[in-house]
Design a protein around this ligand. Structure first.
Ligand SMILES: [Ca+2]
Length: 279
């Protein structure tokens, strides 16, 4: 089980998503904010990234800090990226060497300005997760993730919980399915990745008591508002979150089957991983 966690970390790589923050801050404060709430101030490594930034801006006008700063005589990205991509406005950068930071302005081309200026800014987050804004039952969601991505997300750690919170912001349903599953036969919750539950973020009154199995099996969802986990009947139709990174699932299928074999003192458990790995 511990091995699963480290594999997740190693396989963590995804596409950056950009977020526009409308609060006005100087460059250093903007950087601090992005590092706390997301990954960092926007690093734009290619035209594709620039297009994603433009789409996040959605026509907004003004100046927006990005993660590029003159330090001391060359332009350095906040996250340490050594990308050579640039998209300066004609004539920029044009300030004398000093406290210069880059922002987007006219036509979203880059310009330099004093880092102390108060501007809105653009953060980015690298997420290994993707929100699917379709409404599916828990089983349909699990199947969809396994066929089109990797798996329904298993929230093993606080870090993964934070990624879940970020992507769940854009959900169109009040709750969002995750890979949390209850077995009535055995009376416990587990992750579809095969792990038992260590890190927990249950909403009060959910998940920690005896589940009502009279109307069928239950699965876990994250509330769009509180981002805490709740227990729901599996046939509700909700948005859901898939993982994009590979590496975790295959190994854990083995460990989960073993894991559950050890615990199956009564009857075989309908374990989604073991079930789907038969396909
Ligand atoms: Ca300038």
């Amino acid at each position: 089980k511990k091995m699963t966690l480290s594999l997740w970390t190693l396989s963590f790589c995804g596409t950056p998503q950009f977020y526009v923050v409308k609060e006005r801050k100087n460059w250093t404060e903007a950087q601090k904010y992005c590092r706390e709430k997301y990954t960092d101030l926007a690093t734009i490594e290619n035209q594709e990234g620039m297009n994603a930034v433009k789409s996040a801006l959605n026509g907004a006008s003004g100046w927006f800090w990005i993660g590029l700063r003159l330090n001391p005589k060359s332009w350095i990205w906040s996250d340490g990226s050594n990308s050579s991509y640039e998209d300066w406005s004609p004539g920029e950068p044009n300030m004398p060497v000093g406290d210069n930071c880059a922002h987007l302005w006219n036509g979203y081309k880059w310009g330099d300005g004093a880092c102390s200026q108060l501007d809105p800014f653009i953060c980015y987050e690298v997420s290994a997760l993707v929100l699917i804004k379709e409404k599916k039952t828990w089983w349909e969601a699990l199947r969809y993730c396994r066929e089109n991505h990797v798996d329904l997300v298993s929230v093993h750690t606080e870090e993964i919980q934070r990624w879940v919170e970020t992507v769940a912001r854009n959900a169109s349903t009040d709750n969002v399915w995750v890979g949390l599953r209850h077995t009535c036969a055995q009376g416990f919750w587990f992750w579809v990745s095969g792990s038992t539950i260590c890190y927990q973020n249950w909403a009060p009154g959910n998940g920690t008591g005896v589940e009502d199995c009279s109307n069928g099996e239950r699965s876990g969802a994250v509330q769009s508002g509180s981002k805490q986990w709740i227990s729901l009947l599996e046939n509700q139709t909700l948005n859901f979150i898939c993982t994009e990174s590979d590496g975790e699932t295959r190994t854990s299928v083995i460990s989960c089957c073993k894991d559950l074999d050890l615990r199956s003192h009564t009857e075989p458990v309908l374990n989604p991983d073991c079930f789907f790995s038969e396909f």
